[in-house]
Design a protein around this ligand. Sequence first.
Ligand code: LMR
Length: 396
Amino acid sequence: MFSHVEPYAGDPILGLMEKFAQDDRPNKVNLGVGIYYDDSGKIPVLNAVRKSEERVFAAHAPVSYLPMEGDRTYRNLVARLLFGSEAAPSSESLAMVQSLGGSGALKVGADFLKHYYADSTVHVSDPTWDNHIGIFEGAGFTVGRYRYYNSTTKGLDFNGMLEDLRGLKQRDIVLLHPCCHNPTGVDPDQEQWQKILDVVEERNLIPFVDIAYQGFAESLTLDAFVVRELARRQRNFLVSNSFSKIFSLYGERVGALTVHCADSTQTANVLGQLKFNVRRNYSNPPTHGMRLISGVLSDEALYKQWVGELDAMRLRIAEMRQRLHASLSAAVPGRSFEHIVKQRGMFAYTGLSATEVAMLQSDFGVYAVASGRISVAGLNSNNVDYVAEAFARVIK
Ligand code: LMR
């Protein structure tokens, strides 16, 4: 009955995790998947989360089914984090569901949009996170690309991006990374964003903003600029957010999908349709991770502690960029590695070819994505010089 089932080629990112786990070289380095490791190479359990977890255990609360849309308090806390506590749009305009990480939010949003905008095309940046394409194609959309990355400057192709967005059909869906672009680490500045959002508005495109790294570029507030600006412009748009990285809670699968609507009737109807999609896919979201995060976001002291820990993660990544840049510049004189310090967030787009990446893995046990993306958060004071040396050997 299943003899015609083809083998799975594997996922370009998660497949690397499996391969890395099987590698028994002691000096192997995981720069593949976007996971934050601390300077001793461990995935941190944040102190704010640990304290929140102690309270969750002490409360011994029953674990009933959550509503299809998730926990109400959690959703209000997420709205404050995304939209800011002062200028936040009223909950009357936010249709929000708690989701299974950012991927779950994207999938519920994609299914919702496919129902109401069946003929729209989804446009993602070239390049983007591979699974953006997978999720939207999986929901039945054709996925196009808009220019984004300039491989010569290793920066933003701003004019190309605007030109491509101007050429899209009305009500096409445009996937935007508001900060810490995955995989390139190249972000527009606020002035450029204003121009991008002007085009989105002129062309009547449907913005879908995917924010998985709020706080990893500059701060919780500055990194939410695009989300808040779209709300200020009173646009209809969708936001998927993930807490995997910024709370170091990958396996808990906690995030949210928010649809910013025009009025309370729209909001109620949209929320109803999101619930309908949730019910058909997985009925309702899990409790534990949501409780951990709500416990932090709702308590002033724990919130402050978490922001401090988030700042420390961001600063460590920035320091690793500097260290890699310095070691590489010394190892390969005459070649510029400026882009490594200019790009932001968890990832750097090194410009290494797929062949060079394959050599890094086979000869040095250094794992990166075939596109040349590295997770800078996998570097630490013990392995950064080794990685720079490995890079220098493969690019020479
Ligand atoms: C990544 O880009 O490495 C992460 O977002 C993990 C994933 O699910 O791909």
